[in-house]
Design a protein around this ligand. Structure first.
Ligand SMILES: N[C@@H](CCC(=O)N[C@@H](CS)C(=O)NCC(=O)O)C(=O)O
Length: 222
């Protein structure tokens, strides 16, 4: 039974939520960085994850008599799992704590509602713009901006989304804001959310996570 969970990811992808969560709680993971997109550049990955998406998190559990493997492919669920992998942790809001409902809500909101229009924008306006779909991509960019309203309202009188402290909900939503900066979607991001992003990305755990992913990418390129 392996003590170290395995994380397959691509540098800077949604898997950064998971690499970051691992750094926040000091969980040692076996980070396996793939070229992007893996379905074309590392097709053997499809044997491990037929979806072809990253992240994929594999954890060997149980004991010698009844070992089993858990496999997860949703970045926000993995970030939560990592945050609680070794027991109660400050980056998780526990059942019964104030803001537990909001913690769950923002953690799911991050990918299902915020990152979703970002990825449609990236596909149509950046990756496949030569196909004549750039306008559709830019329409999704507008949709993305409108969907920031809930986070913006929440942070009007708070530094972090839930429970008066930094949690996995901030990792999940924060990644969407980091992605916005990288793919040319900052124009419609309110200044307050840019300041929130600066607070998050100043964290040492975030910087270690980015450095580890980039080191993995550099190894691929040599
Ligand atoms: N909802 C999933 C989405 C996973 C996903 O679509 N990941 C992208 C990278 S950010 C990917 O693997 N794209 C390549 C592909 O689908 O071939 C999550 O949050 O992890």
């Amino acid at each position: 039974m392996s003590e170290r969970p395995i994380l397959y990811t691509c540098a800077g992808s949604r898997g950064l939520r998971c690499t970051w969560a691992a750094e926040e709680v000091g969980l040692d993971i076996d980070l396996r960085v793939l070229p992007f997109p893996p379905r074309h550049k590392a097709p053997e990955y499809l044997d491990i994850n037929p979806l072809g998406t990253v992240p994929l998190f594999i954890d060997e559990l149980g004991d010698d008599l009844s070992p089993y493997q858990s496999r997860m492919t949703e970045s926000c669920a993995i970030a939560h799992y990592i945050g609680s992998r070794r027991g109660p942790s400050n980056v998780i809001v526990q059942v019964g704590e104030r803001d537990y409902a909001e913690y769950l809500d923002f953690t799911y909101h991050a990918d299902a509602t915020i990152t979703f229009p970002q990825t449609v924008y990236m596909r149509f306006a950046l990756f496949e713009k030569h196909k004549g779909w750039a306008d559709a991509g830019h329409a999704y960019a507008e949709w993305f901006y409108k969907r920031l309203v809930k986070v913006e309202e929440r942070l009007q009188d708070r530094d972090y989304l839930c429970a008066d402290r930094f949690t996995v909900a901030d990792i999940c939503v924060g990644y969407a804001l980091v992605l916005a900066g990288k793919v040319g979607l900052d124009e419609g991001v309110p200044e307050t959310l840019k300041a929130y992003r600066d607070r998050l990305t100043a964290r040492e755990a975030y910087q270690r996570a980015v450095a580890k992913e980039e080191a993995g990418l550099a190894l691929l390129e040599t």
